[in-house]
Design a protein around this ligand. Structure first.
Ligand SMILES: [Zn+2]
Length: 318
């Protein structure tokens, strides 16, 4: 059974790139859906006339998960692990199949995420270190245009993601992360709108004056598990996580990230940093299960060389 995605298309009379922008791959991430809804309003009102190409917006890819307010739908499968999906499979596998077909129909792809209910995350745009230099350079350019403080290129070998579908089809693609903690950060929404408009301007799809560059750090890390944030710093027990550090803090190796304690058994474990860097994902939901991440450290000594230019301000109407 098909699971039709709720898509909105905008077409220019002139040929050009087909840009796909999706949000809500995870049902507890809200900045992306909110930003895409505001983009829809702006293109419906012709605030930014589409000069060429096609824009496809999907505010909430994973409707069943969104209805639950959870990362996943009722089958418990992570939509960002089961792509390209299965048309005969469970609800998440069928959505993954629809999403994958839509991605393959596009020329460029932007997937908007957030830290969800459990985490908050520093604003970043990311891409896989694609083996094709042309695709990789286009992705770098899109990430720079998206204009968030951190740019992160990671292993091309992770599968099941929306970006792995784009990778396999040689379609330049980026994803973005911003905020989370079960909320919808207005700054995150605004940054996402600017980011999408900047990318569209860089593709010649609209006229838009970029903001000054916000990019502070570019990192490319080709280690095999780079980009797999859920593996980092797992809690050794079920309990309450009491953080010792905050999002954005500079962390030294061996420093305490916090402690997990079980108020019933009184067992307590302190979790120490194995790396130095910036805490760029912080746990926001206090109760942790054994094996769940309590945070992610970004190793800033892997800073890349390339930098970006800027522009001047243009405001976006609500
Ligand atoms: Zn997500």
């Amino acid at each position: 059974m098909n699971v039709p995605l709720q898509t909105v298309h905008f077409d220019s009379p002139l040929p050009g790139p087909h840009l796909l922008i999706t949000g809500g791959v995870h049902g507890d991430e809200f900045e992306g859906p909110a930003a895409i809804d505001r983009l829809r309003i702006q293109f419906e009102s012709a605030r930014f006339p589409l000069k060429r190409g096609r824009l496809t917006l999907v505010p909430i890819v994973n409707q069943p998960a969104f209805l639950r307010g959870e990362r996943t739908a009722e089958d418990g499968l992570d939509l960002a692990r089961v792509c390209p999906g299965n048309p005969e499979g469970s609800i998440t596998e069928r959505i993954a199949c629809e999403l994958s077909q839509l991605i393959r129909s596009a020329d460029r792809y932007i997937d908007l995420h957030s830290g969800g209910r459990l985490f908050s995350i520093l604003p970043m745009s990311g891409y896989v270190l694609h083996p094709d230099e042309t695709v990789l350079n286009e992705q770098r350019s899109m990430a720079m245009s998206f204009n968030l403080p951190l740019i992160w290129g990671t292993s091309p070998h992770l599968n099941g993601r929306s970006l792995s579908v784009a990778r396999d089809a040689d379609i330049p693609a980026i994803y973005a992360e911003h905020s989370g903690a079960g909320q919808c950060n207005p700054q995150g929404v605004e940054d996402y709108i600017y980011g999408c408009l900047n990318v569209m301007a860089s593709l010649g799809m609209i006229d838009f004056v970029n903001r000054d560059s916000l990019v502070e750090l570019t990192i490319e890390d080709d280690r095999p598990e780079s980009g797999h944030m859920q593996l980092c710093y797992p809690s050794p027990l079920m309990g309450l996580f009491e953080p010792a550090v905050q999002l954005g803090d500079h962390i030294k190796q061996e420093a305490s990230l916090g402690r997990v304690f079980d108020p019933v058994t009184h067992r307590t474990e302190t979790i120490h940093a194995r790396q130095s860097g910036i805490l760029f994902v912080a746990r926001s939901f206090t109760r942790v299960k054994a094996g769940e991440s309590v945070g992610v450290i970004l190793e800033t000594d892997r800073t890349s060389e390339f930098r970006v230019g800027g522009g001047s301000d243009e405001t976006i109407p609500g």
